[in-house]
Design a binder for this molecule. Structure first.
Ligand code: NIG
Ligand code: FE
Length: 391
């Protein structure tokens, strides 16, 4: 198997847990990484790197693990420019806008949906995302939800069944009937295509009891839970996530002290999605409070046409540093190793021997520039599974 060494890396972010102290990122200065096949086989000081057939000189620039975007909604059609425009002139965000995308998605053919998906994936990859999760949730019929998951599963292993995004319009007067559909026939049709099950637990979507019923039914079918929790208001989502050992409670914008405590004393990751607060002009989630309490924090895009139409993890890193109290180191960890933790993965989000060779080369001397130089396209090269897919 041929090997490649990337040498003369100014700052290498490894996220190697054994190198964590005193910094969270396991930084190595003047470093090298050796890739063989799909995997990292060696990291260390540049001068000590083994010789290989192929050599890339990083010229003092920074290398970090590819971003792990653990929360997106990429199977959809249409857009919601008008809703965004109205919001920027003062109209508040509500879950009701989801219906617009449901109608457009149902009307679209498979080819159109997949073309949309691949376009957004290519966009994300160019910005350094090498692992992504994506959800159904804009179909809300048995056939449309199963179709979304089938299409998503062609592009990622991290597929999430979100039939419980909102109550389908046909069931507006019968929410219990919709929950029965989601936990019955829809779950049967969708479970074979997904790894995860998610619920939007929120006023205007599903309450705590409905969410518990849906996630428990999913668990019985072998799906693992994650939850849209405490986004628009205080509520039971975070506590339910911890109770059910969800991999992640996502949004976490409105948290009581008990919610923060529950997350800090659990294996449930708090996934923060600042693109949503940016695009809905809502108050920022308090990352500092979660980190100080000892919770594990991830950062992801929530890329979707309604509440957060960005595929850019670097943008989210910059927002988290500027407005959510995170240091650049914490934000970069959250967007790589944190995202991996939110997907219960250790083979991505870190550059250690045995991990996938998913890595990003920045046109900057360190990862701090992701926040220091917001909006600048610093990602110049991306390797995914050992292949240089962006250069
Ligand atoms: O994560 N909160 C629920 N779902 C999405 C919004 C979807 C939409 O508005 O279309 C979110 O923000
Ligand atoms: Fe979401």
């Amino acid at each position: 198997m041929s090997a490649t060494v990337i040498t003369d890396i100014g700052t290498l972010v490894t996220n190697d847990p054994s190198l964590r102290a005193p910094d969270p990122l396991g930084l190595v200065r003047d470093a090298a990484v050796v890739i063989e096949g799909e995997r990292v086989v060696w990291t260390g000081e540049s001068g000590k790197a083994p010789a290989t057939d192929d050599r890339v000189d990083a010229g003092g620039r920074a290398v970090l693990p590819g971003f792990v975007d653990s929360h997106s909604h990429l199977v959809f059609a249409g857009d919601r420019t008008e809703e965004f425009n109205a919001r920027m002139s003062g109209r508040p965000y509500s879950a009701g806008g989801i219906r617009t995308t449901v109608a457009a998605t149902r009307a679209a053919g498979d080819a159109e949906l997949e073309a949309n998906l691949t376009r957004h994936l290519a966009e994300a990859l160019r910005q350094g995302t090498t692992t992504f999760e994506t959800k159904s949730g804009y179909g809300l019929t048995v056939e449309d939800e199963a179709r979304a998951l089938r299409l998503a599963a062609r592009h990622t292993d991290e597929v999430t069944f979100l039939g419980a995004h909102i109550v389908a319009p046909e069931f507006a007067d019968d929410p219990a009937g919709y929950v029965a559909l989601v936990t019955g026939e829809m779950l049967d049709a969708c479970a074979p295509h997904a790894r995860w099950i998610d619920v939007f637990c929120e006023k205007g979507a599903f309450d705590g009891d409905q969410a518990r019923a849906i996630l428990t039914a999913g668990k019985a079918k072998g799906l693992h839970p994650r939850i849209h929790a405490n986004q628009l208001s205080y509520g039971p989502g975070v506590q339910l996530a911890v109770e059910l050992d969800a991999a992640s409670a996502d949004h976490c914008t409105h948290l009581t002290d008990a919610d923060v405590d529950a997350l800090a004393n659990s294996a449930t990751v708090a996934t923060l999605l600042p693109g949503a607060e940016f695009s809905t002009r809502a108050a920022w989630p308090d990352a500092r409070r979660l980190l100080d309490a000892g919770a594990t924090v991830a950062l992801s895009t929530d890329c979707n046409p309604g509440s957060s139409f960005t595929s850019s993890v670097p943008f989210c890193v910059a927002l988290a540093v500027r407005d959510m109290g995170m240091t650049p180191d914490e934000a970069v960890w959250a967007a790589t190793a944190g995202g991996a933790a939110a997907l219960r993965r250790t083979d991505v989000g870190r550059l250690v021997p045995g991990a996938y060779a998913d890595l990003v080369l920045l046109d900057a001397p360190s990862h701090v520039h992701l926040a220091y130089r917001p909006g600048v396209p610093l990602v110049t090269d991306v390797w995914r599974r050992g292949v240089r897919v962006v250069r």
